[in-house]
Design a protein around this ligand. Structure first.
Ligand SMILES: Cc1ncc(COP(=O)(O)O)c(C=O)c1O
Length: 379
């Protein structure tokens, strides 16, 4: 059966009619001029003398060193750069899975990541567990899903769409489970820059068989650079990731390598800018939702890139989102887009993007639309 990608199909269906985008999960994109203005002399010289030959398939050593500097215990040799975080995840899974292996995937997860696993091996899905609006790893269910042939556990924490943060005790427990059995732990950490809680260690720092997937697409607001990476202390795995990558992008764009280096060196300032935008929009969302308590329920803020708002109105969140797109030109993402054949996930939520400057106006348009709906006589 041909795999489909529900989120991309939803965007393709509605994007032409949309005037207010609350679907994006990346922070306000930077322009080339913004980024170059942040370059120091070394990177400006690299940019001006850019050589457009094939770059190192692993990523330039200076770029990998800048990525490693974000980690507690890693060096440039522990990093392989890829064209975006999703390529890093797909290549990691391809490099790990052997015939007869089994995997556990924590749900919900980005559908291409789920399919990267299910296309290669038998897979058990284990949903996150919710308690009073807070989502956590269900360690007991993960333990129960493990088999003698389980090769890897794949998760996305901090999570989209729920916003679930990674909690220290849950992270320690899942590392212990994997370490006792020699299982690889792959975590997609792309939403780590915009969490409301302090960042916890990357799995590659904590665990010798941990692989941290990350990149510049989300919290840095640079998805157009297509720069991601896999970080691991296992160099044999990294070599196999490079082989898997040679079947797709081979190496990064040389221009993106320099721009990515500028962004990584400016991480603190970019993070501060993007968190301030997200913080303002999170407050605005809370104000809008407070006017319709029977319709939209906002839980504790967990990520400043997006919120997972529970839909409490009549009908499904999916029908509400389609109606909002069709009638008001406002795009939000229903939880049904993360539906999985592996296990049920929460479909009563709406992922509402908070990372963009334009989100503020879009939230105003949402409030105006809901007011108009409330004032309209019943059909
Ligand atoms: C959890 C998650 N991982 C990875 C990606 C893709 O990242 P990239 O564009 O860097 O490949 C997305 C994009 O929406 C995502 O939500």
């Amino acid at each position: 059966m041909t795999a489909t990608f529900a989120l991309a199909a939803f965007l393709a269906r509605w994007a032409p009619a949309i005037r207010h985008d609350l679907a994006a999960s990346e922070s306000e994109p930077l322009t080339l001029a913004d980024l170059l203005a942040r370059a120091d002399d070394e990177d400006r010289a690299r940019w001006e003398r850019l050589n457009l030959g094939y770059p190192d398939p692993r990523g330039a050593p200076w770029l990998r060193a800048a990525v490693a500097a974000r980690h507690a215990v890693l060096t440039a040799d522990d990093i392989v750069c890829c064209s975006g975080a999703q390529e890093a995840l797909s290549c990691t899974v391809a490099a790990l899975v052997r015939p007869g292996d089994h995997a556990v995937v924590v749900l919900p997860i980005y559908q291409p990541a789920e399919q990267a696993v299910t296309s290669l091996c038998a897979t058990t899905g284990v949903p996150l567990r919710e308690e009073a609006g807070i989502w956590r790893l269900d360690i007991e269910r993960i333990a129960a899903a493990l088999r003698p042939e389980t090769r890897l556990v794949v998760m996305n924490l901090p999570n989209s769409p729920t916003g679930a943060q990674i909690e220290a005790d849950g992270l320690d427990a899942v590392v212990r489970l994997c370490r006792d059995r020699g299982i690889w732990l792959v975590n997609d950490e792309v939403y780590g820059l915009t969490t409301t809680a302090d960042a916890l260690p990357a799995v590659a720092d904590l665990y010798e068989r941990g692989v941290s997937i990350n990149g510049l697409s989300k919290g840095f607001g640079l998805p157009g650079l297509r720069v991601g990476w896999a970080a691991s202390r296992d160099h044999s795995l990294l070599s196999r990731i490079v082989v898997a990558k040679s079947r797709s992008s081979s190496c990064l764009s040389a221009a993106s390598e320099v721009l990515a280096h500028v962004a990584l060196k400016s991480e603190a300032a970019i993070r501060q800018r993007n968190r301030a935008i997200g913080q303002g929009n999170a407050t605005r969302l809370r104000q809008v939702a407070a006017r319709w308590p029977g319709l939209l329920e906002v839980g504790p803020a967990q990520n400043l890139a997006f919120a997972f708002v529970r839909y409490r109105g009549a009908g499904s969140s999916d029908a509400f989102a389609r109606d909002l797109a069709g009638r008001a030109g406002i795009l939000v993402l229903p939880g049904s887009l993360w539906r999985s054949p592996l296990a049920p996930v929460a479909e009563d939520g709406l992922r509402i993007g908070l990372g963009r400057r334009a989100s503020e106006g879009a939230l105003g348009a949402l409030a105006a639309h809901l007011s108009g709906r409330a004032a309209a006589p019943a059909a």
